[in-house]
Ligand binder design. Structure first.
Ligand code: GAR
Length: 212
């Protein structure tokens, strides 16, 4: 069974979606860069070991990432999952976990990398928005994509409403992606492409606004 370490920075709802489903993997630890991350309590209640590696205790990104990697590697993970981990990681950290580091991002990448994705999507007037699970590469929010979910943007949408609907889809696609990885149904090839055994029906489509 694969060993999984989850990194969080905040409320940890995506981490909860991973802890409360069957993954065919063992969650070895939840680690946060913030001692007050809400998700830590949930992990503790579920008997998952937790640790805090505070970025504030380190003078630069390189030393923080080195300390973080040391704690992570103590759990010997097959996969390291970024579930709302809000730190930019150094290239050497990312390279160390090549093919094993997975992130969820609240947009249909490569659109809206970075922060405030929902507000920017609303400001642009896009009709379809969503979320992405991808392998992490040193190029921020640009790694090979495993799965995406799309939602319709409504005419009178708000940032809160749109983000809640996207989050609901995050909680569906993230466990699915990790389940595929644990079952060796999805992997990163040596050429840096996603190799997948998953069948996609050719007629899957979301049209927004809906046709009449
Ligand atoms: C999620 O929406 C996740 O996609 C996003 O932070 C939120 C964390 O929520 N991640 C990023 O923006 C990473 N660039 P959660 O703590 O409830 O899972």
């Amino acid at each position: 069974m694969k060993n999984i370490v989850i990194l969080i920075s905040g409320r940890g709802s995506n981490m909860q979606s991973l802890l409360t489903t069957s993954l065919n993997g063992r969650i070895a630890a939840v680690i946060s860069n913030k001692a007050d991350a809400g998700g830590l309590a949930f992990a503790n209640e579920h008997g998952i070991p937790t640790a805090v590696v505070s970025h504030r205790d380190h003078p630069d990104r390189a030393s923080f990432d080195a300390a973080l990697a040391q704690v992570i590697d103590g759990f010997q993970p097959d996969f390291v999952i970024l579930a709302g981990f809000m730190r930019i990681l150094t290239a050497s950290f990312v390279t160390h976990y090549h093919g094993r580091l997975i992130n969820i991002h609240p947009s249909l990448l490569p659109s809206y990398t970075g922060l405030n994705t929902h507000a920017r999507a609303l400001a642009d007037g896009v009709k379809i928005h969503g979320c992405t699970v991808h392998f992490v590469t040193p190029d921020l929010d640009h790694g090979p994509i495993i799965i995406q979910a799309a939602v319709a943007v409504l005419p009178d949408d708000t940032e809160a409403g749109l983000s809640a609907r996207v989050l609901q889809e995050e909680h569906r696609i993230f466990p699915q992606a990790i389940r595929w990885l644990c079952a060796d149904q999805v992997a990163l090839s040596s050429e840096g492409r996603v190799v997948s055994r998953i069948h996609t029906p050719p007629n899957l489509a979301l049209i927004s606004p809906a046709l009449e």
